[in-house]
Design a protein around this ligand. Sequence first.
Ligand code: AMP
Ligand code: MG
Length: 312
Amino acid sequence: MKTFLTSDPIEAAEFIRSGGIVAFPTETVFGLGANAFDDGAVKKIFTAKGRPSDNPLIVHVVSTDQINEIVTVLSDHAKVFMEIFFPGPLTIVAASSGKISPIAAAGLDTVAFRMPAGKLAQELIKAAGAPLVAPSANVSGRPSPTTWQAVLEDMDGKIDCVLKGEPTTIGLESTVIDCTGSVPVMLRAGAISLEELRKAVSETVDGTGSANVRPKSPGTKHRHYSPRAMVKFIEDGDVEENIARSAYIGMLHPKGNYEKVKIVGSVEEYARELFEFFRECDRSGVEVIYCQSVSNVGVGAALMDRIRRASE
Ligand code: AMP
Ligand code: MG
């Protein structure tokens, strides 16, 4: 298959309309989109990524009409979150109307949806005329792509089209919040922090580390975000003995003489740069990537979550 490159969302939407799959930029990472109602197109996403079939997809919408089509009821909590955080990097889980492709739902009777803030993503969904299911546009298990070039690295020849755009501004996937129960439960950490969610709904529970809520978000159990290199945490001031073929990313200047060093000025920049740094290290054959630990507040919690999974 020849993968078509364009900067025009209208042109990219034509591929969706004819049952194809298209990678596109969002504010979080690049997604790989298909019409959420089209089983055949949705299947192509799982094949292109090598994604396990029990890992459901997030539905990307541009309007409340599209949300109302895919859910049955929205809890008051869900409405509060939507009011504050839509459009933006928050995914809400609600009772499904059963209209989206069962392949995308991976057999669940709930649906996860979000309204992306990126202009190109919004234009693509509008022009496609349907909500789009979209996981990150990488081969399953690899770091999510934050540039269109990284998308091509994994997907050239496997997908119909790449909608080019600027590198993504957040660089980590959306926060996932389950609003099907009596209290909201955060299933995956992301750009919207637990603190921000609790400011909106104070009863919000952190379900990210808890075994009994984990099965609710099947995708969180799979291996994720990994470069070929080994990933290790490094505490402030640590000195490593053997750092040949090693790289470092963090906010503090490291003591060792690493082959590759990336100093970031803030936790936000760290989040934005992490996955591309992983890919860059793989391109140059680095064997171990040391990542400085940061505190678990704000986007730091999501950042630590991704590094921890990459290191497993
Ligand atoms: P990804 O597309 O790889 O960013 O992952 C999507 C995330 O959303 C995974 O962690 C999924 O398990 C989660 N997800 C998607 N649909 C649902 C759902 N209906 N209920 C709970 N979690 C979901
Ligand atoms: Mg992903």
